[in-house]
Design a protein around this ligand. Structure first.
Ligand SMILES: Nc1ncnc2c1ncn2[C@@H]1O[C@H](COP(=O)(O)OP(=O)(O)OP(=O)(O)O)[C@@H](O)[C@H]1O
Length: 300
């Protein structure tokens, strides 16, 4: 904790490894990754390279054999295949899961209906999951991931089986999640999926994760520094637009640094937060200094 206000740490993987069984080969090894907020990350790699293993670790469905994962926000996960044999209707299932994510029953039921409608599956709200077609089951799986606006959404070939219109709806929903300050990590075998949109692409190969060159950094472009002050002990809202870097700022405030493109949305979110945050100053972040770090902050 710094000063009076608390902030949420970023999600980080440190030295993460995974092997299945004590003598199994390392599927992943020594993975270090910072997962920025408000970013779209693509994970690529050949069949069997460990992409799904990595995504399950990110989502918290599986635990690393070595290393640590910290700072995971509220997370939803959508796999390629959905266990359709559960004894619920589509609406009942989504409403229950919305409640698990902290929504009220009425908000969960409303959200479930909205997402089923958006995916053109509104007429299946009362259909038992076991009677849904494969594609409609997948729409329910995707609606489950989007329903409670998670801070981290993990999509493992979630587009598979969706019709063209629904694939487009999912593309749009991913963009909305990122614009609202959420992080989306996805794997898809179609290299054109969300082409040009990811803030970063990471490749799994020989158990290691490497950033694919030529991709923009997650927070490229000019940056803005916003100093804010909240009531004693207040937490910043969970998913802030642009995934700002957060540092303490004396006296008893926080300094948020964000890509200029996100600064208006971030200011609106801070002003709309309850309890409200007081904005002290808004200034351009320093241009990159030859002796400074890559955030444009002077060296010490
Ligand atoms: N539960 C498990 N038990 C044992 N081995 C597993 C398990 N899950 C995955 N593996 C192994 O881990 C390796 C990576 O599998 P993973 O499913 O993560 O790869 P992937 O990159 O997602 O593959 P694909 O592109 O084919 O979906 C494979 O050799 C696989 O056989």
């Amino acid at each position: 904790m710094h000063g009076r206000a608390r902030y949420r740490e970023r999600m980080r993987l440190r030295g993460v490894g995974r092997r299945y069984g004590p003598r199994g080969p390392w599927v992943l090894r020594d993975i270090d990754l910072e997962v920025p907020q408000g970013a779209l990350l693509r994970v690529e790699g050949g069949n069997g390279s460990g992409k799904s293993t990595l995504l399950r670790l990110l989502a918290g469905l599986d635990a690393p054999t070595a290393g640590r994962i910290t700072g995971r926000p509220r997370t939803a996960y959508v796999p390629e295949r959905f266990p359709a044999a559960l004894p619920f209707t589509a609406l009942g299932y989504l409403t229950d899961l919305g409640r698990v994510h902290g929504l009220s029953r009425s908000a969960a039921a409303h959200g479930a209906r909205v997402w089923l409608e958006r995916f053109g599956a509104g007429e299946h709200a009362r259909t038992p999951l076991s009677e849904l077609s494969k594609g409609t089951s997948q729409k329910v799986a995707v609606a489950q991931g989007l329903l409670a606006a998670p801070g981290l959404l993990v999509l493992d070939e979630a587009w598979t089986g969706l019709d063209r219109a629904s694939r487009i709806v999912l593309d749009g929903a991913v963009a909305e999640r990122v614009a609202a300050g959420g992080t989306v990590v996805f794997v898809d075998h179609d290299p054109r999926r969300l082409a040009g949109k990811p803030d970063a692409v990471h490749r799994v190969e020989s158990a290691r994760l490497t950033a694919v060159a030529g991709q923009p950094a997650a927070d490229s472009g000019p940056r803005v520094r916003i100093e804010v002050e909240g009531p004693p002990g207040a937490r910043l809202p969970e998913a802030l637009p642009g995934g700002p870097d957060v540092a303490p700022a004396a006296p008893a405030g926080l300094r948020l640094t964000v890509a200029a493109a996100h600064s208006d949305a971030l200011l609106r979110a801070l002003l709309a937060a309850r309890p409200a945050w007081h904005i002290r100053t808004v200034t351009p972040a320093h241009p990159v200094h030859p002796h400074g770090n890559d955030r444009g902050e002077p060296g010490r």
